[in-house]
Design a protein around this ligand. Structure first.
Ligand code: MG
Length: 244
């Protein structure tokens, strides 16, 4: 019995190597799609094909108040939440994307838990990547910085100190819906926090919610990206996006 299995295995390996010998190297070359050339940015600079969302004061034109009025946040070299004025969103809409965004919580530490420098980055205006001062600040783990709010705890806490600039690099895949409005493919997200992997292609179960279990509802293929006013003066800069 063992002998038989052994001889079958030898035959399979022999057949495989014979096939490999018969193939030409060209037969496994793929020339179907030439990747477009992108010039990578210098450190801190966006790549050549990025859509700039905020790099300087004039870039405020890329944003509107959540009620479509002009934004009420401070918009100079950086963008800063003006507490209680409401969130902001991009003029353009996006689906699958690569996003780079830098953020800074106030140097002066105020409040605790969810009340300490809370903001958020909402992909498609619906799926929140939490912004919070999570440096020595405990809260529920699926609500700390780098969490997909109330859905995914970050793999590690890569938070910088209050007052330091931090970065998120995000790869987001939008959900797909069929004509009946059912989700056929959920949203996925990968996030690096200050260069450290904190969300590894995690599946979203629906729009992130403060209360209750998330449920998908069909929506457009592309929607604006939004930033949250949670009542704390969090700043943002160097925001760019690449459509995928
Ligand atoms: Mg938030």
């Amino acid at each position: 019995m063992m002998n038989n299995i052994f001889s079958v295995l030898v035959m399979l390996i022999f057949a495989g190597s014979l096939q490999a010998q018969q193939m030409k190297p060209e037969e496994t070359e793929d020339w179907s799609r030439q990747p477009p050339v992108v010039r990578p940015g210098n450190p801190g600079e966006p790549p050549s094909d990025a859509i700039i969302l905020y790099r300087k004061a004039g870039d405020a034109v890329n944003w509107v108040h959540e009620n479509l009025e002009s934004i009420k946040w401070t918009a100079d070299s950086v963008l800063t939440v003006q507490p209680k004025t409401g969130g902001i969103k991009t003029v353009r809409s996006f689906g699958d994307c690569q996003l780079h965004i830098e953020w800074r919580t106030p140097t002066e530490v105020k409040g605790s838990g969810q009340g300490r420098a809370n903001s958020g980055i909402f992909l498609m205006g619906k799926y929140e990547l939490q912004v919070l001062d999570s440096y020595n600040n405990e809260t529920y783990y699926n609500g700390q910085a780098g969490s997909i709010y109330k859905q995914h705890i970050p793999l590690v806490n890569a938070s910088g100190k209050p007052g330091e600039w931090q970065s998120y690099d995000v790869i987001f895949t939008a959900p797909r819906f069929n004509p009946e409005g059912q989700v056929v493919s959920p949203a996925y997200i990968t996030v690096f926090h200050n260069g450290v992997l904190i969300q590894n292609h995690v599946r979203l179960t629906g729009p992130t919610q403060y209360i209750g279990i998330p449920v998908y509802k069909a929506h457009a293929d592309k929607l604006p990206l939004s930033l949250q006013d949670h009542g704390n003066p969090v700043s943002f800069r160097n925001i760019w996006i690449r459509e995928l």
